[in-house]
Design a protein around this ligand. Structure first.
Ligand code: SAM
Length: 306
């Protein structure tokens, strides 16, 4: 017996070499850990530390500034929901903007919609794009779609230059509001998004965890209710490797043709030839779409009171 293990019970204490622990002031006092088989990439871009490792149970893992962004095993639960919740809620989405999302997973999902004619993506960090293409080909496959135009730059600056009413949908696949993504959670950003959307256009933005970040969610809801005069709803999904195991989305529509996010009107294209390189959907279906808007009482109380 040494200090941190017990052979008879199989118990191993939590501080173990060879494991990645996700420690951050965003979730003080807790840290999810994954066993590391091999570190595949470590680099520092102009914006953040970038790491890729092979885990023993979740496949390859992308980490930015010490925070897990995606794993091969559970990325579907995030990418499919952040994309199809908004795009299945409006008929015929044609022009889509993705902000962040440099890994390409949201692009992969957007491109399942055959009505889409053009997709702009604005990611601040080229290293995320390059690393994803190298280590996560099944995610970065989204870049292969000829409808996609990649812009490397800040999402806020990009939006400032967009003519009013350009997009049917804006999807904000950002990292947490510490570091380069901070502005993507603030009111002036939401005002720019609303302006860039056509009447009855939709926004879906990464909106943190009901278990950890109710105060951030409250601020987002207050801002969005002031700015988006159509519908404003919170939905959530389960992602085992995100802190607390869940992540939410704020879905908003601008004034115009009404959008009922809870009742999808536009099923994802089942056309196999269109989706050959992407494989089938693993997580999203119309039942889970509707269920994603059911909130636990504690969250419902706060979100509906704002
Ligand atoms: N799908 C995963 C998730 O949500 O956890 C991955 C998140 S994705 C990799 C987040 C991306 O947002 C990062 O690549 C980051 O560089 C990018 N990002 C952060 N701030 C940004 C900004 N101001 N403008 C554009 N992209 C930004």
């Amino acid at each position: 017996n040494n200090n941190n293990s017990n052979k008879e019970t199989g118990y191993i204490s939590s501080v173990i070499p060879g494991w990645f622990s996700e420690i951050s002031p965003m979730w003080p006092g807790e840290a999810h850990s994954l066993k590391v088989e091999k570190i595949l990439f470590q680099g520092k871009s102009e914006y953040q530390n970038v790491m890729v490792f092979q885990s023993s149970t979740y496949g390859k893992v992308l980490v930015l500034d010490g925070v897990i962004q995606l794993t091969e095993r559970d990325e579907c639960a995030y990418q499919e929901m952040i994309t199809h919740l908004p795009l299945c809620s409006i008929p015929n989405p044609k022009k889509v903007l993705v902000i962040g999302g440099g890994d390409g997973g949201v692009l992969r999902e957007v491109s399942r919609h055959s009505s889409v004619e053009h997709v702009d993506i604005c990611e601040i960090d080229k290293m995320v794009v390059d690393v994803s293409k190298q280590f996560f080909p099944d995610v970065a496959v989204g870049y292969e779609d000829p409808r996609v135009a990649l812009h490397i730059g800040d999402g806020v600056a990009f939006l400032k230059a967009v003519p009013a009413g350009t997009y049917d949908a804006v999807i904000v696949d950002s990292s947490d509001p510490i570091g380069p993504a901070q502005e993507l959670f603030e009111k002036p950003f939401f005002e720019l998004v609303a302006k860039a959307l056509r009447p009855g256009g939709v926004l879906c933005t990464q909106a943190e965890s009901i278990w950890l970040h109710m105060h951030i969610i409250e601020d987002i809801v207050v801002n969005c209710r002031q700015i988006f005069k159509g519908s404003v709803n919170y939905a959530w999904t389960t992602v085992p490797t995100y802190p607390s195991g869940v992540i939410g989305f704020m879905l908003c529509s601008t004034e115009g043709p009404a959008v009922d996010f809870k009742h999808p009107v536009n099923p994802v294209d089942a056309d196999e030839s269109h989706c050959k390189s992407k494989g089938p959907l693993k997580f999203y279906n119309k039942e889970i779409h509707a269920a994603a808007f059911c909130l636990p009482s504690f969250a419902k109380k706060v979100i509906e009171s704002k």
